[in-house]
Design a binder for this molecule. Structure first.
Ligand code: G1P
Length: 229
């Protein structure tokens, strides 16, 4: 396809809430845990958990509930939440892939790009298998591959390395504010997915992939965002 700046060679996608509608299952499971512990939190608050690791998510929730847990208790309750989450995603269908995401992935592939997944979730690979998306990705970086949670750019750096490119040759697609900051910190071009009010630092913000073409999206990038900083 013409018009795609030759410097862009790879696309790195977050998973939950970007490609598959699984953020809501994380919310359901974490909220169930909070309720079992005697408190609640809102979907608005859950936005702050997007992109965090399992333990970082639990620690944030315990702050909200003003609760203390030993490390052993944190491991126990994070496993409890994960069991509920894994049960929810076991019923995922290809129809749970977010609107337009499959066609967008196909267009990225047709444009000759390499495609990587970068997620803090240790269930990311399971989600891809259940939704039959695994073959779209040349590399998968998940919660088992990373040690540093966003806003550290580790997961995106590992993803770019796995597909053989430099950060300035890649676009990161992220729905979490901390994920956008991580992509910028790593020197990537960053497309935010969702509400622009939450993602002010992204080079470009799109509501989602529905009715969006990959070449059309690139055309909206300001030249500044494609310049290798
Ligand atoms: C973990 C967190 C979850 C977060 C996800 C993606 O998933 O538990 O809240 O949304 O990373 O950042 P898990 O490894 O538990 O599947």
């Amino acid at each position: 396809m013409t018009g795609i700046p030759e410097r862009i060679k790879g696309c790195i996608f977050n998973l939950d809430g970007v490609i598959v509608d699984t953020a809501r299952y994380h919310y359901i499971s974490w909220r169930r845990l909070a309720n079992q512990l005697g408190f609640d939190f809102s979907e608005e608050q859950h936005q702050q958990l997007r992109g965090l690791s399992r333990m970082a998510s639990l620690e944030k929730i315990l702050e909200w509930g003003d609760m203390y847990m030993t490390e052993a208790e944190k491991l126990h309750w994070s496993d409890v939440k994960n069991n509920w989450y894994v049960e929810l995603i076991s019923n995922l269908k290809p129809g749970d892939v977010l609107p337009g995401a499959l066609l967008f992935l196909r267009q990225v592939r047709e444009a000759g790009m390499k495609i990587a997944l970068a997620s803090a979730s240790r269930s990311a690979r399971q989600v891809l298998i259940t939704t039959k998306l695994e073959t779209y990705f040349d590399a998968i970086i998940d919660g088992h591959s990373t040690r540093k949670a966003i806003p550290d750019p580790e997961c995106f750096i590992l993803a770019a390395l796995a597909i053989g490119f430099q950060p300035y040759e890649c676009i990161v697609f992220e729905d979490a504010a901390l994920g956008v900051l991580a992509g910028l910190a790593g020197g990537f071009h960053v497309v935010g997915i969702g509400n622009p009010d939450y993602l002010p630092k992204a080079h470009l913000v799109i509501p989602g992939f529905e009715n969006l073409s990959f070449p059309g999206m690139l055309a909206n990038f300001s030249e500044a965002s494609l310049t290798h900083s």
